[in-house]
Design a protein around this ligand. Structure first.
Ligand SMILES: [Zn+2]
Length: 171
C-alpha cells in the first residue's frame, strides 16, 4: 500500500509538479509558492522603513494620511510582473497570500506601522470581482493580517456602482 502511495505521489508530481511560481524551479518547500532565490530577488522598495519615502511625498497635500508605503517595485518583464499576472489573472490566491505574508513581515520589521488597528482592503467593482472570483487586495490583507495579527474590515469602503447605461446615455 505504501509503495502504491509512493507511485501515486510521484505520478502526481509529474503531472502537477509543485514548482516555483517565479522561476519554475522545483527546489522549494511544499508550503511555499516561491523558491528561496525568488523570495530573495523580490524587488523590495524598503519604503516602509522611512518617513518622507516617495509614496508619502507623492500623497502629501493630496489626501490626509499618517504613513504610506509601497513595498515592491513593479518592472515590466520582471519577476513581479510575472507573479502579479499569476496572482491576478490566473487566480493563484495562495501566491497572493504568501506575498501578503512577506509584506506583513516587512511592515512588522519596520516598526513604523505598529499602531495599525485594522486592515481595510479596497473593493473591486462588483462585476470585476465576479469575473475574477476574488478581490486581490483582500487576499493580500489576509497574508498581512496573519503576520500582524490584525482584523480585516471588508465593508468599510464602498465603491460606487459603475454602470454602462450611464455611459451610453451620455454618448
Ligand atoms: Zn524561484
Amino acid at each position: 500500500m505504501k509503495y502504491i502511495t509512493g507511485i501515486k505521489k510521484s505520478l502526481l508530481h509529474l503531472l502537477f509538479p509543485h514548482v516555483c511560481e517565479g522561476c519554475g524551479s522545483d527546489a522549494l518547500s511544499s508550503e511555499s509558492c516561491l523558491c528561496v532565490r525568488c523570495i530573495h530577488d523580490l524587488p523590495a522598495t524598503g519604503f516602509e522603513k522611512h518617513a518622507f519615502n516617495p509614496i508619502e511625498k507623492m500623497l502629501a497635500g493630496r489626501i490626509p494620511f499618517e504613513k504610506a508605503t509601497a513595498q515592491f517595485y513593479f518592472t515590466k518583464e520582471g519577476l513581479m510582473q510575472n507573479l502579479m499576472h499569476r496572482f491576478k489573472y490566473r487566480g493563484n490566491s495562495t501566491l497572493g497570500k504568501q506575498l501578503g505574508v512577506l509584506m506583513g513581515i516587512q511592515l512588522s520589521r519596520s516598526n513604523r506601522f505598529d499602531d495599525i488597528e485594522a486592515l481595510i482592503p479596497l473593493p473591486l467593482f462588483e462585476n470585476k470581482e465576479r469575473q475574477r472570483g476574488f478581490n486581490q487586495s483582500n487576499v493580500l490583507c489576509m497574508g498581512i493580517a496573519e503576520v500582524l495579527n490584525l482584523p480585516i474590515i471588508e465593508d468599510a469602503v464602498i465603491r460606487p456602482v459603475h454602470t454602462d447605461t450611464q455611459t451610453k446615455k451620455a454618448g
